[in-house]
Design a protein around this ligand. Structure first.
Ligand code: 5GP
Ligand code: ZN
Length: 118
């Protein structure tokens, strides 16, 4: 997908704070974070939503989610939300599958409205 912003991030054509990469996924900081460390995990290949993601990539995705969450716990998080908006009506704005990992701390209201920091 030539004009997909997350494809461009995956191809390193536009910059993002990529801090973790596996064979098929990358993790980078959300530009409008809901909380400190709010991370997006995307497949390097373009898929629209979770339904399109081949099941064979499921284990690797779960592994990246767990790795990111563990990093955030080391940074002081006490919990985290994992959210995937699938489709415009569910609040998906960028039409390239992405998993939000949103670190939480005691006292924070775990309410999410997208976009967060805008
Ligand atoms: P959605 O509502 O589609 O689930 O969320 C899209 C997310 O992508 C939003 O949280 C938004 O802040 C983030 N985002 C959109 N464009 C960019 C970008 O160019 N760079 C980064 N790092 N995040 C982006
Ligand atoms: Zn894409």
């Amino acid at each position: 997908m030539n004009d997909c912003i997350f494809c461009k991030i995956a191809r390193k054509e536009i910059s993002a704070e990529i801090f973790y990469e596996s064979d098929n996924f990358i993790a980078f900081l959300d530009a409008n974070p809901c909380s400190k460390g709010h991370t997006l995990i995307i497949p390097k290949k373009h898929f629209f939503n979770l339904i399109e993601l081949p099941a064979i990539l499921g284990n690797e995705l779960l592994d990246v989610i767990k790795k990111v969450a563990e990093m955030r716990f080391k940074d002081g998080a006490e919990g985290f939300n994992v959210i995937v908006n699938n489709g415009k009506e569910a609040g998906q704005v960028v039409m390239h599958l992405h998993v939000h990992v949103i670190p939480r701390k005691k006292g924070e209201k775990a309410i999410v409205r997208f976009p967060c920091g805008a």
